[in-house]
Write a protein that binds this ligand. Structure first.
Ligand code: SF4
Length: 374
């Protein structure tokens, strides 16, 4: 078996077995802290000796979480709570829940009542206006709050030099993941499902470990002949996770040449580089983030980013994967559609949900879209 194939198998194994991965870290005596979407200060958690572990829910049937949430809350949050109620996150020391959308604001309170395992809820409150002085001070105070909770309840220890080491690891991870996205746009032999595995596995691994695998994978990719025969699309949305959904791309000979997915590339756009201390750099990172539905932007520059990416990567079209009941994504959609239409870039929207097993409607939509692009 080629090394490239071995690495793809390794990414697949990690992406599809988060529990196994969690148990591995616990068996090594590590303390693990859950990190809920869309952005949490992972670097801070990492620097204090914890393993940040992505908690983005899963494709499960929602039953008991319905007692806490009305049905019109996105399935990411409902599935996180459902999994929490049923002990899927047992072993986590704490869970950091950010306040980046209205639905997320209620998850922490529901978590405290619904989840019987002893997993501390740590809120991470972000300002809407993050770039000005007041916003930066607010973000810093919120980071200090997370830090204090990790120190007081979990005996973590903060040190700015240690945070700098974590920033270096995370900045390197960002660089590698950006490079990965670019290189995959020239290698359509890697399927949409395999692409997802590389991105998804990052949420369940220490970034220094993921860095090693991705760096090796990129080298192997250089030895692979370039191939750009398939229909080229950009994806945008919160998640592109379900294997059944990704199979539709693969079955229709579509390759993802770039993404604006919150679970994927949005995580890796901004580095932490400027600031007097490492904590200031982390604050500056959040201040500089943007082009995301949950980050306030009166100019909605996200639409321009998608348009420009589609042009740069020579995409045939853009697929908007709209997570059902996600208000922030719905608000952005009109602007995205108008911008793409004005630029003459073909685009299509399809609604997705973590409870979906059957993607028949998406299948028909993408098949039709593919025909249109011919
Ligand atoms: S941003 Fe959207 S998908 Fe994410 S938690 Fe909020 S409502 Fe759910």
């Amino acid at each position: 078996m080629s090394r490239l194939r071995e690495l793809l198998n390794q990414f697949e194994e990690v992406a599809n077995s988060p529990r196994k991965q969690l148990d591995k870290y616990l068996a090594e005596g590590k303390k693990v802290v859950g990190t809920v979407p869309v952005y949490t200060p992972e670097e801070l958690i990492h620097s204090m000796g914890f393993v940040p572990f992505g908690v983005w829910g899963a494709d499960v049937e929602i039953k008991d979480a319905k007692a806490y949430y009305p049905s019109f809350i996105c399935s990411i949050l409902q599935s996180i709570l459902e999994l929490g109620i049923h002990g899927a996150y047992r072993g986590l020391q704490a869970i950091v829940i950010p306040s980046l959308c209205d639905s997320l604001k209620s998850l922490g309170q529901n978590w405290k009542y619904a989840v019987k395992d002893d997993i501390l809820f740590i809120p991470m409150t972000y300002p809407q206006n993050r770039e000005n002085e007041v916003g930066r001070a607010f973000t810093k105070a919120s980071y200090e709050r997370v830090k204090a909770d990790l120190e007081n309840h979990l005996q973590g220890h903060f040190c700015d030099q240690q945070l700098q080491k974590s920033l270096d690891i995370y900045n390197e991870h960002n660089r590698l993941m950006r490079q990965l996205s670019l290189k995959l746009s020239e290698h359509d032999q890697i399927t949409a499902y395999e692409r997802r595995n590389i991105f998804k596995s990052a949420h369940f691994m220490l970034k220094e470990e993921h860095n090693e695998l991705v760096a090796e994978f990129l080298k192997e990719l250089d030895n692979l002949e370039k191939s750009t025969k398939k229909t080229r699309v950009i994806t945008t949305g919160i998640l592109a996770d379900s294997p059944n959904l990704l199979a539709i791309f693969d079955d229709n000979n579509m390759t993802i040449v770039g993404d604006d997915i919150a679970h994927e590339s949005r995580q890796y756009r901004t580095d932490a580089v400027n600031g007097e201390t490492a904590l200031d750099k982390l604050v500056d990172k959040f201040a500089n983030m943007g082009c995301c539905s949950v980050l306030f932007d009166k100019d909605r520059k996200r639409a321009d980013l998608i348009r420009d990416m589609a042009k740069e990567r020579k995409a045939d079209g853009v697929v908007v994967l709209m997570t059902k009941f996600c208000d922030p994504e719905e608000f952005d959609y009109v602007c995205i559609k108008n911008t793409l239409d004005e630029a003459g870039i073909a685009n299509v929207i399809t609604e997705i949900d973590r409870q979906m097993v059957n993607y028949e409607q998406t299948k028909t939509t993408l098949e039709t879209f593919k025909e249109m692009l011919r």
